[in-house]
Design a protein around this ligand. Structure first.
Ligand code: ATP
Ligand code: MG
Length: 502
Protein backbone atom coordinates (compact mmCIF):
# COMPACT_ATOMS: atom_id res chain seq x y z
CA UNK A 1 0.00 0.00 0.00
CA UNK A 2 1.41 3.33 -1.05
CA UNK A 3 1.08 6.47 0.90
CA UNK A 4 1.05 9.84 -0.82
CA UNK A 5 -0.19 13.28 -0.25
CA UNK A 6 -0.55 15.53 -3.26
CA UNK A 7 -1.47 19.08 -2.62
CA UNK A 8 -3.01 19.59 -6.02
CA UNK A 9 -5.35 16.66 -5.60
CA UNK A 10 -6.34 17.86 -2.20
CA UNK A 11 -6.99 21.28 -3.62
CA UNK A 12 -9.15 19.81 -6.39
CA UNK A 13 -11.07 17.88 -3.78
CA UNK A 14 -11.46 21.04 -1.73
CA UNK A 15 -12.72 22.83 -4.80
CA UNK A 16 -15.42 20.23 -5.21
CA UNK A 17 -16.15 20.44 -1.56
CA UNK A 18 -16.36 24.25 -1.73
CA UNK A 19 -18.55 24.04 -4.76
CA UNK A 20 -20.73 21.63 -2.90
CA UNK A 21 -20.81 24.02 0.07
CA UNK A 22 -21.80 26.92 -2.20
CA UNK A 23 -24.58 24.84 -3.64
CA UNK A 24 -25.67 23.89 -0.16
CA UNK A 25 -25.76 27.60 0.72
CA UNK A 26 -27.83 28.13 -2.40
CA UNK A 27 -30.12 25.33 -1.28
CA UNK A 28 -30.49 26.97 2.10
CA UNK A 29 -31.45 30.23 0.43
CA UNK A 30 -33.83 28.27 -1.67
CA UNK A 31 -35.45 26.67 1.33
CA UNK A 32 -36.29 30.14 2.57
CA UNK A 33 -37.51 31.21 -0.82
CA UNK A 34 -39.55 28.11 -1.58
CA UNK A 35 -42.14 29.10 0.98
CA UNK A 36 -43.23 31.80 -1.41
CA UNK A 37 -43.43 29.50 -4.48
CA UNK A 38 -46.53 27.66 -5.57
CA UNK A 39 -46.67 24.01 -4.41
CA UNK A 40 -46.24 22.39 -7.88
CA UNK A 41 -43.07 24.35 -8.67
CA UNK A 42 -41.54 23.68 -5.30
CA UNK A 43 -41.23 19.87 -5.73
CA UNK A 44 -39.85 20.08 -9.25
CA UNK A 45 -37.22 22.62 -8.33
CA UNK A 46 -36.03 20.68 -5.26
CA UNK A 47 -35.64 17.43 -7.21
CA UNK A 48 -33.66 19.09 -9.95
CA UNK A 49 -31.39 20.91 -7.56
CA UNK A 50 -30.52 17.67 -5.80
CA UNK A 51 -29.76 15.94 -9.10
CA UNK A 52 -27.55 18.85 -10.11
CA UNK A 53 -25.68 18.61 -6.82
CA UNK A 54 -25.07 14.88 -7.23
CA UNK A 55 -23.99 15.42 -10.84
CA UNK A 56 -21.57 18.20 -10.04
CA UNK A 57 -20.00 16.46 -7.06
CA UNK A 58 -18.89 12.93 -8.00
CA UNK A 59 -17.37 12.30 -4.57
CA UNK A 60 -18.88 10.17 -1.85
CA UNK A 61 -18.24 10.82 1.82
CA UNK A 62 -18.50 8.45 4.74
CA UNK A 63 -18.47 9.86 8.22
CA UNK A 64 -17.14 7.85 11.17
CA UNK A 65 -18.16 9.55 14.45
CA UNK A 66 -16.11 8.90 17.57
CA UNK A 67 -19.05 8.21 19.82
CA UNK A 68 -21.33 5.37 18.96
CA UNK A 69 -25.02 6.05 18.47
CA UNK A 70 -26.17 3.93 21.39
CA UNK A 71 -24.15 5.50 24.19
CA UNK A 72 -23.00 9.05 24.65
CA UNK A 73 -19.73 7.98 26.23
CA UNK A 74 -18.86 4.83 24.35
CA UNK A 75 -16.27 5.19 21.58
CA UNK A 76 -17.31 3.58 18.35
CA UNK A 77 -15.23 0.52 17.52
CA UNK A 78 -14.99 1.61 13.87
CA UNK A 79 -13.60 5.01 14.92
CA UNK A 80 -11.04 3.48 17.30
CA UNK A 81 -9.93 0.98 14.66
CA UNK A 82 -9.64 3.62 11.93
CA UNK A 83 -7.78 5.90 14.33
CA UNK A 84 -5.24 3.12 15.01
CA UNK A 85 -4.84 2.44 11.31
CA UNK A 86 -4.41 6.10 10.41
CA UNK A 87 -2.02 6.69 13.30
CA UNK A 88 0.15 3.85 12.03
CA UNK A 89 -0.03 4.93 8.41
CA UNK A 90 -0.45 8.62 8.43
CA UNK A 91 2.27 10.16 10.50
CA UNK A 92 4.94 10.23 7.77
CA UNK A 93 2.59 11.96 5.32
CA UNK A 94 0.63 14.33 7.53
CA UNK A 95 2.02 17.78 8.25
CA UNK A 96 -0.10 18.62 11.22
CA UNK A 97 0.29 16.01 13.94
CA UNK A 98 -0.95 15.42 17.44
CA UNK A 99 1.36 13.84 20.03
CA UNK A 100 0.25 11.72 22.96
CA UNK A 101 2.18 9.48 25.32
CA UNK A 102 -0.17 6.54 25.16
CA UNK A 103 2.14 3.93 23.71
CA UNK A 104 1.92 0.51 25.40
CA UNK A 105 5.12 1.00 27.39
CA UNK A 106 4.05 4.54 28.29
CA UNK A 107 7.47 5.85 27.30
CA UNK A 108 7.38 6.72 23.62
CA UNK A 109 5.30 9.36 21.91
CA UNK A 110 2.48 8.36 19.59
CA UNK A 111 1.88 10.70 16.69
CA UNK A 112 -1.47 10.88 14.97
CA UNK A 113 -3.27 13.16 12.53
CA UNK A 114 -4.29 16.44 14.07
CA UNK A 115 -7.79 17.81 13.71
CA UNK A 116 -8.48 19.29 10.29
CA UNK A 117 -5.57 17.40 8.77
CA UNK A 118 -6.18 15.46 5.57
CA UNK A 119 -4.25 12.72 3.86
CA UNK A 120 -4.56 10.86 0.63
CA UNK A 121 -4.08 7.09 0.35
CA UNK A 122 -3.85 4.98 -2.76
CA UNK A 123 -5.18 1.44 -2.53
CA UNK A 124 -4.94 -0.81 -5.60
CA UNK A 125 -4.83 2.27 -7.81
CA UNK A 126 -7.87 3.83 -6.10
CA UNK A 127 -7.46 7.16 -4.35
CA UNK A 128 -9.19 7.93 -1.09
CA UNK A 129 -8.92 10.91 1.24
CA UNK A 130 -9.12 10.80 5.00
CA UNK A 131 -9.87 13.92 7.01
CA UNK A 132 -9.89 14.30 10.76
CA UNK A 133 -12.58 16.70 11.95
CA UNK A 134 -14.33 17.90 15.04
CA UNK A 135 -17.42 19.89 15.76
CA UNK A 136 -17.28 22.29 18.69
CA UNK A 137 -20.11 22.79 21.14
CA UNK A 138 -22.65 25.43 20.34
CA UNK A 139 -21.50 28.85 21.51
CA UNK A 140 -24.55 29.35 23.72
CA UNK A 141 -24.14 26.16 25.70
CA UNK A 142 -22.09 26.19 28.87
CA UNK A 143 -20.42 22.97 29.88
CA UNK A 144 -18.29 21.93 32.82
CA UNK A 145 -16.37 19.62 30.48
CA UNK A 146 -16.11 21.43 27.14
CA UNK A 147 -13.83 18.73 25.72
CA UNK A 148 -16.54 16.16 26.23
CA UNK A 149 -18.87 18.22 24.08
CA UNK A 150 -16.50 18.25 21.11
CA UNK A 151 -17.48 15.63 18.61
CA UNK A 152 -14.63 14.13 16.64
CA UNK A 153 -15.05 12.16 13.47
CA UNK A 154 -13.18 10.95 10.43
CA UNK A 155 -14.42 11.56 6.93
CA UNK A 156 -13.51 9.22 4.10
CA UNK A 157 -13.95 10.70 0.62
CA UNK A 158 -13.67 8.82 -2.67
CA UNK A 159 -14.93 8.95 -6.22
CA UNK A 160 -18.28 7.30 -6.73
CA UNK A 161 -16.88 5.06 -9.50
CA UNK A 162 -14.61 3.45 -6.80
CA UNK A 163 -17.43 2.80 -4.38
CA UNK A 164 -17.32 -1.00 -4.62
CA UNK A 165 -13.56 -1.26 -4.02
CA UNK A 166 -13.55 1.27 -1.20
CA UNK A 167 -16.59 0.04 0.72
CA UNK A 168 -15.62 -3.61 0.24
CA UNK A 169 -11.92 -4.36 -0.07
CA UNK A 170 -10.40 -1.13 1.19
CA UNK A 171 -12.52 -0.82 4.33
CA UNK A 172 -11.91 -4.52 5.03
CA UNK A 173 -8.19 -3.84 4.81
CA UNK A 174 -8.35 -0.75 7.07
CA UNK A 175 -10.51 -2.41 9.73
CA UNK A 176 -8.52 -5.66 9.67
CA UNK A 177 -5.17 -3.96 10.08
CA UNK A 178 -6.57 -1.42 12.54
CA UNK A 179 -7.95 -4.19 14.75
CA UNK A 180 -4.59 -5.95 14.79
CA UNK A 181 -2.89 -2.69 15.81
CA UNK A 182 -5.47 -2.05 18.55
CA UNK A 183 -4.97 -5.59 19.87
CA UNK A 184 -1.19 -5.18 19.87
CA UNK A 185 -1.33 -1.79 21.65
CA UNK A 186 -3.96 -2.81 24.14
CA UNK A 187 -3.09 -2.29 27.79
CA UNK A 188 -4.64 -5.32 29.41
CA UNK A 189 -6.84 -4.83 32.43
CA UNK A 190 -7.65 -6.53 35.66
CA UNK A 191 -11.30 -5.98 36.53
CA UNK A 192 -12.98 -6.57 39.82
CA UNK A 193 -16.60 -6.19 40.87
CA UNK A 194 -16.74 -3.56 43.56
CA UNK A 195 -20.29 -2.72 44.36
CA UNK A 196 -20.92 0.67 45.87
CA UNK A 197 -24.22 1.66 47.38
CA UNK A 198 -26.03 2.45 44.14
CA UNK A 199 -23.88 0.79 41.58
CA UNK A 200 -22.73 -2.68 40.76
CA UNK A 201 -20.23 -3.15 37.99
CA UNK A 202 -16.60 -3.65 37.13
CA UNK A 203 -13.74 -1.36 37.99
CA UNK A 204 -10.33 -1.92 36.50
CA UNK A 205 -6.61 -1.38 36.92
CA UNK A 206 -3.80 -2.11 34.46
CA UNK A 207 -2.90 -5.78 34.49
CA UNK A 208 0.84 -6.07 34.95
CA UNK A 209 1.52 -9.51 36.42
CA UNK A 210 4.80 -10.85 34.99
CA UNK A 211 4.00 -14.58 35.26
CA UNK A 212 4.46 -16.70 32.18
CA UNK A 213 4.41 -20.39 31.36
CA UNK A 214 8.21 -20.28 31.28
CA UNK A 215 8.34 -19.17 34.92
CA UNK A 216 5.60 -21.53 36.06
CA UNK A 217 7.04 -24.43 38.05
CA UNK A 218 5.28 -27.60 37.03
CA UNK A 219 5.99 -30.61 34.84
CA UNK A 220 6.80 -29.55 31.27
CA UNK A 221 4.40 -32.07 29.76
CA UNK A 222 1.45 -30.64 31.70
CA UNK A 223 2.42 -27.09 30.77
CA UNK A 224 2.72 -27.93 27.09
CA UNK A 225 -0.67 -29.66 27.18
CA UNK A 226 -2.30 -26.56 28.67
CA UNK A 227 -0.62 -24.25 26.16
CA UNK A 228 -1.79 -26.38 23.24
CA UNK A 229 -5.32 -26.41 24.62
CA UNK A 230 -5.28 -22.61 24.96
CA UNK A 231 -3.98 -22.06 21.44
CA UNK A 232 -6.58 -24.43 20.01
CA UNK A 233 -9.29 -22.58 21.93
CA UNK A 234 -8.17 -19.08 20.94
CA UNK A 235 -8.06 -20.06 17.25
CA UNK A 236 -11.32 -21.96 17.39
CA UNK A 237 -13.90 -19.31 16.49
CA UNK A 238 -15.18 -21.06 13.37
CA UNK A 239 -14.82 -24.51 14.94
CA UNK A 240 -17.02 -23.56 17.90
CA UNK A 241 -19.54 -22.04 15.50
CA UNK A 242 -19.50 -25.25 13.44
CA UNK A 243 -20.18 -27.53 16.41
CA UNK A 244 -22.81 -25.14 17.77
CA UNK A 245 -21.07 -24.43 21.08
CA UNK A 246 -20.50 -20.99 22.62
CA UNK A 247 -16.88 -19.96 22.23
CA UNK A 248 -15.77 -20.41 25.82
CA UNK A 249 -13.81 -22.85 27.91
CA UNK A 250 -13.83 -23.72 31.57
CA UNK A 251 -10.72 -24.45 33.63
CA UNK A 252 -10.77 -25.84 37.12
CA UNK A 253 -7.49 -25.35 38.97
CA UNK A 254 -7.27 -27.28 42.20
CA UNK A 255 -4.59 -28.02 44.72
CA UNK A 256 -3.19 -26.97 48.10
CA UNK A 257 -2.44 -23.31 48.89
CA UNK A 258 0.76 -22.03 47.31
CA UNK A 259 0.90 -24.40 44.37
CA UNK A 260 0.50 -21.71 41.72
CA UNK A 261 -3.20 -21.55 40.85
CA UNK A 262 -3.39 -17.75 40.81
CA UNK A 263 0.01 -17.58 39.12
CA UNK A 264 -1.30 -19.92 36.41
CA UNK A 265 -4.24 -17.57 35.75
CA UNK A 266 -1.83 -14.67 35.25
CA UNK A 267 0.30 -16.82 32.95
CA UNK A 268 -2.75 -17.76 30.85
CA UNK A 269 -3.77 -14.10 30.58
CA UNK A 270 -0.27 -13.14 29.45
CA UNK A 271 -0.05 -16.06 27.06
CA UNK A 272 -3.34 -15.25 25.30
CA UNK A 273 -3.20 -11.48 25.79
CA UNK A 274 -6.57 -11.53 27.58
CA UNK A 275 -8.06 -9.31 30.27
CA UNK A 276 -8.97 -10.75 33.65
CA UNK A 277 -12.32 -10.30 35.39
CA UNK A 278 -11.89 -11.31 39.00
CA UNK A 279 -15.39 -12.07 40.21
CA UNK A 280 -15.96 -11.89 43.96
CA UNK A 281 -19.17 -13.88 44.27
CA UNK A 282 -19.86 -12.91 47.87
CA UNK A 283 -20.52 -9.32 46.83
CA UNK A 284 -22.93 -10.21 44.03
CA UNK A 285 -26.45 -9.55 45.25
CA UNK A 286 -28.38 -12.14 43.29
CA UNK A 287 -28.55 -14.14 40.08
CA UNK A 288 -29.71 -11.25 37.91
CA UNK A 289 -26.80 -9.13 39.10
CA UNK A 290 -24.52 -12.03 38.19
CA UNK A 291 -25.88 -12.12 34.64
CA UNK A 292 -25.57 -8.33 34.42
CA UNK A 293 -21.89 -8.59 35.34
CA UNK A 294 -21.40 -11.34 32.79
CA UNK A 295 -22.95 -9.22 30.05
CA UNK A 296 -20.59 -6.38 30.91
CA UNK A 297 -17.50 -8.48 30.30
CA UNK A 298 -15.80 -8.29 26.94
CA UNK A 299 -14.41 -11.04 24.72
CA UNK A 300 -10.77 -12.12 24.98
CA UNK A 301 -11.06 -12.34 28.70
CA UNK A 302 -10.73 -14.71 31.63
CA UNK A 303 -13.46 -14.68 34.25
CA UNK A 304 -11.99 -15.91 37.50
CA UNK A 305 -13.76 -17.11 40.61
CA UNK A 306 -11.08 -17.87 43.20
CA UNK A 307 -11.70 -20.27 46.05
CA UNK A 308 -15.06 -21.29 44.64
CA UNK A 309 -15.53 -23.66 47.60
CA UNK A 310 -15.71 -20.76 50.02
CA UNK A 311 -16.87 -17.94 47.77
CA UNK A 312 -20.48 -18.61 48.47
CA UNK A 313 -22.72 -20.47 50.79
CA UNK A 314 -25.17 -22.09 48.47
CA UNK A 315 -26.23 -24.87 50.74
CA UNK A 316 -29.91 -25.64 51.05
CA UNK A 317 -29.54 -25.43 54.81
CA UNK A 318 -28.39 -21.86 54.82
CA UNK A 319 -31.03 -20.97 52.29
CA UNK A 320 -33.76 -22.12 54.65
CA UNK A 321 -32.09 -20.35 57.57
CA UNK A 322 -32.14 -17.16 55.55
CA UNK A 323 -35.76 -17.65 54.69
CA UNK A 324 -36.60 -18.07 58.34
CA UNK A 325 -34.88 -14.79 59.08
CA UNK A 326 -36.67 -12.86 56.40
CA UNK A 327 -39.79 -14.47 55.08
CA UNK A 328 -40.42 -11.91 52.40
CA UNK A 329 -36.86 -12.02 51.15
CA UNK A 330 -37.72 -14.45 48.39
CA UNK A 331 -35.39 -14.65 45.42
CA UNK A 332 -37.28 -14.41 42.17
CA UNK A 333 -34.19 -15.52 40.29
CA UNK A 334 -33.86 -18.72 42.23
CA UNK A 335 -35.09 -21.06 39.59
CA UNK A 336 -33.21 -24.03 40.85
CA UNK A 337 -36.27 -26.23 40.71
CA UNK A 338 -35.47 -29.64 42.05
CA UNK A 339 -31.74 -29.17 41.47
CA UNK A 340 -29.42 -29.76 44.38
CA UNK A 341 -28.25 -26.51 45.87
CA UNK A 342 -25.29 -28.07 47.67
CA UNK A 343 -22.29 -26.66 45.92
CA UNK A 344 -19.95 -27.75 48.69
CA UNK A 345 -20.08 -29.04 52.16
CA UNK A 346 -19.02 -26.25 54.48
CA UNK A 347 -15.30 -25.64 54.83
CA UNK A 348 -13.65 -23.55 57.48
CA UNK A 349 -12.83 -20.71 55.13
CA UNK A 350 -16.39 -20.84 53.92
CA UNK A 351 -17.80 -20.54 57.40
CA UNK A 352 -15.58 -17.53 57.97
CA UNK A 353 -17.09 -15.81 54.98
CA UNK A 354 -20.62 -16.83 55.82
CA UNK A 355 -21.44 -13.82 57.91
CA UNK A 356 -19.86 -11.39 55.52
CA UNK A 357 -21.86 -12.47 52.49
CA UNK A 358 -25.27 -11.05 51.70
CA UNK A 359 -25.29 -12.79 48.37
CA UNK A 360 -28.35 -14.63 47.18
CA UNK A 361 -26.64 -16.20 44.20
CA UNK A 362 -27.67 -19.82 43.89
CA UNK A 363 -26.01 -22.82 42.35
CA UNK A 364 -28.45 -22.78 39.47
CA UNK A 365 -27.69 -19.07 38.98
CA UNK A 366 -24.02 -19.90 38.83
CA UNK A 367 -24.58 -22.76 36.40
CA UNK A 368 -26.64 -20.41 34.28
CA UNK A 369 -23.77 -17.92 34.40
CA UNK A 370 -21.32 -20.54 33.17
CA UNK A 371 -23.28 -22.11 30.39
CA UNK A 372 -26.78 -20.70 30.17
CA UNK A 373 -28.00 -18.86 27.09
CA UNK A 374 -26.38 -15.64 28.30
CA UNK A 375 -22.98 -17.22 28.45
CA UNK A 376 -22.78 -17.21 24.64
CA UNK A 377 -22.85 -13.38 24.50
CA UNK A 378 -19.47 -11.90 23.71
CA UNK A 379 -17.54 -15.11 23.00
CA UNK A 380 -13.86 -15.96 23.43
CA UNK A 381 -13.99 -16.26 27.18
CA UNK A 382 -12.29 -18.58 29.60
CA UNK A 383 -13.90 -19.23 32.97
CA UNK A 384 -11.53 -20.32 35.72
CA UNK A 385 -12.45 -21.68 39.13
CA UNK A 386 -9.81 -22.28 41.75
CA UNK A 387 -10.21 -24.36 44.86
CA UNK A 388 -8.18 -26.03 47.57
CA UNK A 389 -10.84 -28.72 48.06
CA UNK A 390 -11.98 -30.15 44.76
CA UNK A 391 -13.74 -33.10 46.40
CA UNK A 392 -16.14 -30.78 48.17
CA UNK A 393 -17.51 -29.19 45.00
CA UNK A 394 -20.85 -30.18 43.61
CA UNK A 395 -20.21 -32.49 40.64
CA UNK A 396 -22.74 -30.49 38.56
CA UNK A 397 -20.57 -27.43 38.85
CA UNK A 398 -17.40 -29.01 37.59
CA UNK A 399 -18.64 -31.66 35.19
CA UNK A 400 -16.83 -31.83 31.84
CA UNK A 401 -18.42 -29.41 29.44
CA UNK A 402 -18.71 -26.84 32.21
CA UNK A 403 -15.19 -27.06 33.51
CA UNK A 404 -13.57 -28.63 30.47
CA UNK A 405 -10.05 -28.92 31.88
CA UNK A 406 -9.35 -30.06 35.42
CA UNK A 407 -5.78 -29.16 36.30
CA UNK A 408 -4.19 -30.34 39.48
CA UNK A 409 -1.62 -27.95 40.90
CA UNK A 410 0.46 -30.03 43.21
CA UNK A 411 3.49 -30.06 45.50
CA UNK A 412 6.88 -29.25 44.06
CA UNK A 413 8.51 -32.06 42.10
CA UNK A 414 12.16 -32.01 40.98
CA UNK A 415 11.19 -30.85 37.49
CA UNK A 416 9.28 -27.91 38.97
CA UNK A 417 12.20 -27.17 41.32
CA UNK A 418 14.53 -26.87 38.31
CA UNK A 419 12.26 -24.17 36.83
CA UNK A 420 12.35 -22.28 40.12
CA UNK A 421 16.16 -22.64 40.39
CA UNK A 422 16.46 -21.21 36.86
CA UNK A 423 14.05 -18.34 37.66
CA UNK A 424 15.38 -17.43 41.09
CA UNK A 425 19.10 -18.25 40.83
CA UNK A 426 19.69 -18.53 37.11
CA UNK A 427 21.27 -21.97 37.44
CA UNK A 428 20.50 -25.20 35.63
CA UNK A 429 22.92 -27.54 37.40
CA UNK A 430 24.54 -27.72 40.83
CA UNK A 431 26.07 -30.40 43.06
CA UNK A 432 23.24 -29.90 45.61
CA UNK A 433 20.54 -30.73 43.02
CA UNK A 434 20.94 -34.45 43.77
CA UNK A 435 20.12 -33.95 47.47
CA UNK A 436 17.16 -31.69 46.62
CA UNK A 437 15.85 -34.40 44.27
CA UNK A 438 16.04 -37.07 47.01
CA UNK A 439 14.28 -34.88 49.54
CA UNK A 440 11.51 -33.72 47.17
CA UNK A 441 10.77 -37.35 46.33
CA UNK A 442 10.18 -38.03 50.04
CA UNK A 443 8.39 -34.97 51.34
CA UNK A 444 5.74 -32.52 50.22
CA UNK A 445 6.63 -28.86 49.89
CA UNK A 446 4.65 -26.34 47.84
CA UNK A 447 6.33 -24.40 45.02
CA UNK A 448 5.59 -21.21 47.01
CA UNK A 449 7.61 -22.60 49.91
CA UNK A 450 10.47 -23.82 47.73
CA UNK A 451 10.55 -20.43 45.96
CA UNK A 452 10.68 -18.57 49.27
CA UNK A 453 13.68 -20.66 50.39
CA UNK A 454 15.47 -20.07 47.11
CA UNK A 455 15.00 -16.32 47.23
CA UNK A 456 18.27 -14.54 48.13
CA UNK A 457 17.78 -12.68 51.42
CA UNK A 458 20.70 -10.31 50.95
CA UNK A 459 22.97 -9.14 48.13
CA UNK A 460 25.76 -11.35 49.53
CA UNK A 461 23.69 -14.53 49.27
CA UNK A 462 25.24 -16.83 46.66
CA UNK A 463 23.39 -19.56 44.73
CA UNK A 464 25.10 -22.10 46.99
CA UNK A 465 23.78 -20.33 50.10
CA UNK A 466 20.21 -20.23 48.72
CA UNK A 467 20.32 -23.90 47.74
CA UNK A 468 21.64 -24.79 51.21
CA UNK A 469 18.75 -22.83 52.74
CA UNK A 470 16.36 -24.97 50.74
CA UNK A 471 18.09 -28.24 51.62
CA UNK A 472 18.02 -27.27 55.32
CA UNK A 473 14.33 -26.39 55.12
CA UNK A 474 13.54 -29.68 53.38
CA UNK A 475 15.56 -31.67 55.92
CA UNK A 476 13.77 -29.93 58.76
CA UNK A 477 10.39 -30.87 57.30
CA UNK A 478 11.63 -34.43 56.82
CA UNK A 479 12.76 -34.61 60.45
CA UNK A 480 9.39 -33.31 61.63
CA UNK A 481 7.52 -35.78 59.45
CA UNK A 482 9.75 -38.67 60.58
CA UNK A 483 9.13 -37.62 64.21
CA UNK A 484 5.37 -37.57 63.59
CA UNK A 485 5.53 -40.99 61.98
CA UNK A 486 7.44 -42.37 64.99
CA UNK A 487 4.84 -40.99 67.40
CA UNK A 488 2.01 -42.43 65.29
CA UNK A 489 3.75 -45.81 65.21
CA UNK A 490 4.23 -45.78 68.98
CA UNK A 491 0.61 -44.74 69.44
CA UNK A 492 -0.57 -47.65 67.30
CA UNK A 493 1.67 -50.11 69.24
CA UNK A 494 0.30 -48.78 72.55
CA UNK A 495 -3.29 -49.16 71.30
CA UNK A 496 -2.50 -52.72 70.25
CA UNK A 497 -0.98 -53.59 73.66
CA UNK A 498 -4.02 -52.06 75.38
CA UNK A 499 -6.41 -54.14 73.25
CA UNK A 500 -4.41 -57.34 73.95
CA UNK A 501 -4.34 -56.72 77.72
CA UNK A 502 -8.10 -56.07 77.60
N1 ATP B 1 3.86 -23.47 40.31
C1 ATP B 1 4.47 -22.31 40.62
N2 ATP B 1 5.37 -21.77 39.78
C2 ATP B 1 5.99 -20.63 40.07
N3 ATP B 1 5.78 -19.94 41.20
C3 ATP B 1 4.89 -20.43 42.07
C4 ATP B 1 4.19 -21.65 41.82
N4 ATP B 1 3.40 -21.88 42.86
C5 ATP B 1 3.58 -20.89 43.72
N5 ATP B 1 4.47 -20.01 43.26
C6 ATP B 1 4.92 -18.81 43.97
O1 ATP B 1 4.20 -18.74 45.18
C7 ATP B 1 3.38 -17.59 45.27
C8 ATP B 1 1.98 -18.02 45.67
O2 ATP B 1 1.40 -18.78 44.62
P1 ATP B 1 -0.11 -18.65 44.17
O3 ATP B 1 -0.72 -17.45 44.78
O4 ATP B 1 -0.18 -18.78 42.71
O5 ATP B 1 -0.69 -19.94 44.87
P2 ATP B 1 -2.20 -20.44 44.92
O6 ATP B 1 -2.18 -21.88 44.49
O7 ATP B 1 -3.06 -19.52 44.17
O8 ATP B 1 -2.52 -20.39 46.45
P3 ATP B 1 -3.95 -20.23 47.18
O9 ATP B 1 -4.65 -21.54 47.07
O10 ATP B 1 -3.59 -19.91 48.59
O11 ATP B 1 -4.67 -19.12 46.51
C9 ATP B 1 3.39 -16.96 43.90
O12 ATP B 1 3.50 -15.58 43.99
C10 ATP B 1 4.60 -17.54 43.22
O13 ATP B 1 5.69 -16.69 43.41
MG1 MG C 1 -4.62 -18.19 44.76
Amino acid sequence: MMLIKKRREMEALKLWTNLGSSLIALMAAWTMLEKYLPEQLRGIFTRHTQKLLAFLNPYIKIRFPELSGTSRYRRSEAYVTIHAYLTAHTSPAAKSLKASDTSKDGRSLVLSMDEDEEVCHVFRGVKVWWASRKTSPKAQSISLYPEDDEKRFYVLTFHKRDREVVVGEYMGHVLGEGRAIVAGNRQRKLYSNNPTRNWCGWSSVAFEHPASFDTLAMPVKVKEGIKKDLVKFSQGKSYYAKIGKPWKRGYLLYGPPGTGKSTMIAAIANFLNYDIYNLELTTVKDNSELIKLLLETTGKSIIVIEDIDCSLDLTGQRKSEKKENSEDDSDSDDDSGGKSNNIVSKSLKEKEKENKSDSRVTLSGLLNFIDGIWSACGGERIIVFTTNYVDKLDPALIRRGRMDMHIEMSYCCFEAFKVLAKNYLDIEEHSLFGRVKELLAEIKMTPANVAENLLPKSVEDSEEKCLRNLVEALEKVKEEEDGKLKIEKKEKQWQWIKSVLG
